[in-house]
Design a protein around this ligand. Structure first.
Ligand SMILES: NC(=O)c1ccc[n+]([C@@H]2O[C@H](COP(=O)([O-])OP(=O)(O)OC[C@H]3O[C@@H](n4cnc5c(N)ncnc54)[C@H](OP(=O)(O)O)[C@@H]3O)[C@@H](O)[C@H]2O)c1
Length: 355
């Protein structure tokens, strides 16, 4: 790395990337304070907004291979934390290739932290192996064998990240992210995906709906998630050896999200505010109607709404990460999730647009 390592955070106009950037820039000391942070954003407006933080914001469409290569080489980027597109392989491919080139040109080690989707490790996400620990070194092999057996597994970006990283000599880390909640602290989009989408739909329909089957997938508060990326980044900057490449999964899992209970809490909160007509949740009449009103893509809706998954985080705790939020704090915060939508729903969600 150069004397001051250069770290690029992508998706900084988004909920996760914006919050991560805010967290990293708030550090008063430690290795992250001494790194030079660059942010990537897509549109003129987003660049203007994120630039208020007084850092270098690179305007780049991450699906454009040449733009990514130029951004990495010109700015001598050593480390990328990618939060812009979990399942689309093109962005990851462009960044890993660019970091590979940066390593070849400079002789400096380069690192890539990928954001992926925890649902891939649930039965509804096509994972037939039951409980999984992120320290199990055979995850990539198992994913490779499963291939694109379930629509949720398509495309197999996790396998691409691990294999291309190895081929390019770039050290990779993979952070599977479950349902994230809490208020974002970035400059642009400050809301997550699931609970805001259900809240919007409930306001429109004056009723909170739940799916016909309950689900208890993992969940995490946004501040615990940014702390996990921060813990990985710190270890990289300190040049400590931590699990990486095919061993480099870090499950961002803090507790469960009991969906029916969440929907009942939403119904109580929204009814007390006069936003829905009844204080209890009804069952969606069909998957199609639910998809239409929530905006969840129909092929993913069962996995989003009814999956479970038994993911055990070992690698995060091994490097000192401990989530602060638990299930009780989460359930007690549902009223603030509603308030957050009322306060912060100013930027359209674009997450599903490219699917
Ligand atoms: N939030 C969750 O609960 C959750 C759970 C599991 C996984 N994830 C994954 O984590 C990632 C980030 O989630 P999020 O909630 O932060 O989503 P988000 O708020 O939509 O943020 C994604 C950001 O990436 C930017 N982006 C998309 N395509 C781009 C491109 N080609 N070039 C440059 N920038 C691009 C978007 O810009 P625009 O605004 O211009 O589109 C947006 O600012 C997503 O891939 C998501 O699937 C999220």
């Amino acid at each position: 790395m150069t004397s001051v390592p250069n770290v690029l955070i992508t998706g900084t106009s988004g909920f996760i990337g914006g919050s991560l950037l805010a967290d990293l820039l708030s550090r008063a000391d430690g290795p992250i304070k001494n790194a030079r942070i660059f942010a990537a954003a897509r549109s003129d407006e987003q660049v203007k907004s994120v630039s208020k933080l007084g850092i270098n914001v690179l305007q780049v469409d991450l699906t454009d291979e040449k733009s990514v290569l130029d951004a990495v080489l010109k700015n001598e980027v050593d480390i990328i934390v990618h939060t812009a597109g979990a399942i689309l392989p093109q962005m990851a491919t462009n960044m890993i290739k660019a970091l590979g080139e940066r390593r070849r040109v400079s002789g400096i080690e380069t690192h890539y932290i990928h954001t992926s989707v925890a649902t891939m490790f649930s039965e509804e996400g096509g994972w037939p192996y039951g409980q999984v620990k992120d320290s199990d070194g055979s995850i990539v092999e198992k994913e490779k064998k499963l291939g694109e057996s379930n629509p949720v597994r398509k495309p197999e970006t996790n396998v691409i990240v691990a294999e291309l990283g190895k081929a390019q000599g770039v050290t990779t880390y993979n952070v599977p992210v479950p349902t994230v909640y809490g208020r974002g602290t970035g400059e642009w989009r400050k809301l997550s995906v699931n609970i805001p989408a259900v809240t919007r739909a409930s306001m429109k329909l004056k009723t909170v709906y739940k799916f016909e089957k309950d689900g208890h997938p993992p969940a995490i508060h946004i501040s615990d998630l940014t702390a996990l990326y921060g813990a990985i980044l710190e270890k990289i900057l300190l040049k400590e050896t931590i699990p990486s490449n095919e061993n480099g999964y870090y499950f961002a899992v803090a507790h469960k999200s009991p969906w029916w209970e969440v929907m009942e809490r939403l119904a109580q909160s929204m009814h007390a505010r006069g936003l829905v007509s009844e204080p209890t949740a009804k069952v969606w009449p069909s998957w199609e109607v639910a998809a239409e009103h929530t905006g969840f893509p129909l092929i993913f809706i069962r996995a989003i709404g009814t999956s479970n998954g038994d993911l055990v985080p070992v690698n995060g705790p091994k490097i000192g990460w401990q989530p602060k939020w638990d299930e009780k704090m989460y359930l007690d915060s549902i009223d603030d999730e509603v308030q957050a939508v009322l306060d912060l729903d100013t930027v359209k969600m674009t997450l599903w647009d490219s699917l």
